[in-house]
Ligand binder design. Structure first.
Ligand code: CA
Length: 235
C-alpha cells in the first residue's frame, strides 16, 4: 500500500539525523516536511497539518516541550519525541503533555518506520472503536466495550472493575505510551503516594489473568520507569 497521502513532519536541528529520517521515510512512500527549530516546526505544522510529527526535544530556539504544549491546544496529531538516553524526566514530561511515543537516540530505520506506522494507526483507530461501542481486538484477545468484557480465545477473563478500566484505557490509546500519572488520573481521578504502587499491583494482576509471563509483551508493554503501552501488532 502506498503511504503517499501521509505527511510526516520532522522537527530536528541536527541535519544528519534529519536527513537520515527524511530519506528513510520518503523511501517508505511518505511525504516528508522538515524544520530545524521549534518556531519553524510550528509554522510548518499550522500550514501543512501533518499526520504525524517526529520531534526532537533539544531544539536551539525553544524546548521541544513547548511545541507539544502549543500543538495540543488545538490538535491530537500523533507526536513521537526523540530523546537522548539521559533525558528520562523530559521523556515523561513529553508524554504527560500529550506526546504519543518516544524513541531514544540512536535508533534504526526499522524502529522509525514501525513507530510511525503505529502512530498513524492509533490516530485512526482507537477512539473510533471506543466511541462506537465497538470491540478492540489484539491477537486472540477481544475487549467488548459494550459488555465491558474481555475474552481470550473466547474464554471470559474475570477482571475487577478497576482492572477492566485500566485495560480499556490502554486499548483506547493503543500504541501510545501512557505514563503512570496519566493512567492514575484517568482511573482514580487523583494521585497520592501509594498510587503508582496500586497501579503496578493492578497491572500485575491483569497480566497474570491475561496469561502473560514475566517479560512477555504480547498485550501490554511495561515501559520501565515511565508507564505502560497497549501493544500494537506492528511493534
Ligand atoms: Ca537537538
Amino acid at each position: 500500500m502506498s503511504n503517499n497521502k501521509y505527511k510526516i513532519l520532522i522537527v530536528e536541528d541536527e541535519s544528519n539525523i534529519r536527513s537520515f529520517m527524511a530519506t528513510n521515510l520518503e523511501a517508505n512512500g511518505y511525504q516528508v516536511l522538515t524544520a530545524a527549530t521549534c518556531q519553524q516546526g510550528l509554522l510548518v505544522f499550522t500550514s501543512h497539518l501533518p499526520d504525524v510529527v517526529v520531534l526532537d526535544l533539544g531544539l536551539p530556539d525553544r524546548d521541544g516541550l513547548e511545541f507539544i504544549k502549543t500543538v495540543r491546544r488545538s490538535s491530537m496529531t500523533p507526536i513521537i519525541v526523540l530523546s537522548a538516553r539521559t533525558d528520562e524526566a523530559d521523556k515523561v514530561s513529553a508524554l504527560d503533555l500529550g506526546a504519543n511515543d518516544y524513541m531514544t537516540k540512536p535508533f534504526g530505520t526499522a524502529e522509525l518506520s514501525a513507530r510511525v506506522r503505529v502512530a498513524l494507526r492509533s490516530n485512526r483507530y482507537a477512539s473510533v472503536a471506543v466511541a462506537s461501542g465497538g470491540r478492540f481486538i489484539l491477537h486472540d484477545m477481544v475487549i467488548d466495550y459494550d459488555r465491558r468484557q474481555v475474552t481470550i480465545k473466547n474464554e471470559v477473563i474475570r477482571l475487577t472493575q478497576t482492572e477492566y478500566n485500566i485495560l480499556a484505557l490502554l486499548s483506547a490509546h493503543v500504541g501510545k505510551v501512557m505514563t503512570y500519572s496519566a493512567i492514575i488520573r484517568a482511573i482514580w481521578g487523583s494521585a497520592d503516594d501509594g498510587s503508582v504502587k496500586k497501579l503496578q499491583v493492578n497491572m500485575a494482576n491483569i497480566r497474570k489473568k491475561l496469561g502473560s509471563k514475566p517479560g512477555d509483551n504480547m498485550y501490554i508493554v511495561n515501559e520501565l520507569g515511565v508507564g505502560y503501552r497497549m501493544c500494537d501488532e506492528n511493534l
